[in-house]
Design a protein around this ligand. Structure first.
Ligand code: PEP
Ligand code: MN
Length: 341
C-alpha cells in the first residue's frame, strides 16, 4: 500500500501515523522528495482501514498495490483449491454438474429428479428447502421437512446435497448437509458468513444482485478468515438496465475470478437468464470459458413448479445439456495451460 502525503506534512502527525502503522506489524518506508512525501507499507495490509488513513489531515491519497483479501488471493495460494464433497472433487481441473429443482416440493418430486439428474451425470443434487422469495405470500419452501426429503433423495441416489442456509439459527439443521449455499441476497450478511466460516462445510457463495467481484471475494474472505477454506464462488448474474432476461450474466467473471483467486468458480445459468431455452447455450459458454462447474435448475414438470418453473429444464433437456457440456470439457479455457498463471 502506498500513502501519498500532502505537501509539508505536520511532523508530529506524520510520526503518529508511522508509529500507528508499525503497531499494525507493517514495515514503513518513508521517502521524502522536494514536493512529495510517500510512505510505502510492506506486510499484511489487509488489516489496514484505508478510509481511516484517507481521512487524515496530512494524507493526500492512498493506493492499494495488493488486493484487500488474502486467504482468497491467488498470490498467496498459487495452487487451485480442490474441494472434496463426499469424494466428489471440485476445482483444479475437476468439473462438476450440480442439478435439481429450485425448491424441494415432495418426496416423489425430489427423488424422481435426483435419479434423473444422476443418470445424466450430475455429481451433486441441488434443492431449496428454505427459500428467499421476493413476496412473503409466495411459497417459502418446505423448511425442515425439505431438508429431510433431500436426505431421502441422497440416500436413494448417493448424490451429495447442496441447499441454501438463510440464517444462522438454521445451522444446527444443516449438520448433515453436504454443501451450504449462501444465496445472492445474503452475500453480504456478514454475521452469517462468519458463522458459516466457523463450520467445516463446503460453501457455495453466490454473487449478490448488485455486488462487484471484489465484494464477492471479500465475502469469501469473511468465511475463510473464520477458518473455513472450502469456498466455491458462484456467478449467477446481477441487475442491470437490461430487462430482457432475469439478470445479466458476467461470463468474464469466470477467468477473472480464477486469475485473482484459487477458489473454484461455478456458474448458475438458470438464475442468470431466467429462461429455460437459454440455459443450454449459456452452460456451454460457461464451460468453454473455464467454469469448474454449473448449477442448473431441473424440474420434472416445470409449468407446475412452485418456484422458478420458467427457467427450469425438464430432465430430458438436462440429459441433452449434460452430454453437450461434457463434450466440451477438453476445450475448456485453462489459465495455466494458456500461460496466464
Ligand atoms: C436459488 O439457487 O434457488 C436461489 C434463490 O439463488 P440466488 O440466491 O442466486 O437467487
Ligand atoms: Mn431458483
Amino acid at each position: 500500500m502506498i500513502v501519498i502525503l500532502k505537501k509539508n506534512p505536520n511532523e508530529r502527525q506524520l510520526e503518529n501515523l508511522i508509529q500507528w502503522l508499525k503497531s499494525l506489524n507493517l514495515d514503513v518506508h518513508l521517502s521524502s522528495g522536494v514536493d512529495t512525501t510517500i510512505l510505502g507499507l510492506i506486510g499484511d495490509t489487509s488489516v489496514v482501514d484505508i478510509d481511516l488513513i484517507r481521512a487524515l489531515d496530512i494524507v493526500s491519497t492512498v493506493k492499494r498495490v495488493r488486493e484487500p483479501y488474502k486467504n482468497a488471493n491467488r498470490d498467496f495460494h498459487p495452487d487451485d483449491t480442490v474441494i472434496d464433497v463426499g469424494g466428489i472433487k471440485i476445482g483444479g481441473g475437476h468439473r462438476v454438474l450440480m442439478a435439481g429443482p429450485c425448491s424441494v416440493e415432495s418426496e416423489e418430486q425430489i427423488v424422481a429428479i435426483a435419479k434423473r439428474v444422476k443418470a445424466a451425470g450430475a455429481a451433486l443434487l441441488r434443492g431449496g428447502a428454505f427459500k428467499p422469495r421476493s413476496s412473503p405470500y409466495a411459497f417459502q419452501g418446505l423448511g425442515k421437512q425439505g431438508l429431510a426429503l433431500l436426505k431421502i433423495a441422497r440416500a436413494e441416489t448417493g448424490l451429495p446435497i447442496v441447499t441454501e442456509l438463510m440464517t444462522s439459527s438454521q445451522l444446527p439443521l444443516f449438520e448433515d448437509i453436504d454443501v451450504i449455499q449462501i444465496g445472492a441476497r445474503n452475500m453480504q450478511n456478514f454475521d452469517l458468513l462468519k458463522d458459516v466460516g466457523m463450520t467445516d462445510k463446503p460453501v457455495l457463495l453466490k454473487r449478490g444482485l448488485a455486488n462487484t467481484l471484489e465484494e464477492l471475494l471479500m465475502s469469501a474472505e469473511y468465511i475463510m478468515a473464520n477458518g473455513n477454506g472450502k469456498v466455491m464462488l458462484c456467478e449467477r448474474g446481477f441487475r442491470t438496465f437490461e430487462t430482457a432476461m432475469r439478470n445479466t450474466l458476467d461470463l468474464a467473471a469466470v477467468p477473472y475470478l480464477k486469475e485473482k483467486s484459487h477458489l473454484p468458480v461455478i456458474v448458475d445459468p438458470s438464475h442468470a437468464t431466467g429462461v429455460a431455452a437459454l440455459v443450454k447455450p449459456v452452460s456451454l459458454a460457461a464451460t468453454v470459458i473455464g467454469a469448474d462447474g454449473l448449477i442448473v435448475e431441473v424440474h420434472n414438470d416445470p409449468p407446475k413448479a412452485l418456484s422458478d418453473g420458467k427457467q427450469s429444464l425438464t430432465p430430458d433437456a438436462f440429459d441433452d445439456l449434460a452430454r453437450s457440456v461434457k463434450d466440451l470439457y477438453p476445450y475448456a479455457y485453462d489459465l495455466r495451460k494458456e500461460g496466464v498463471l
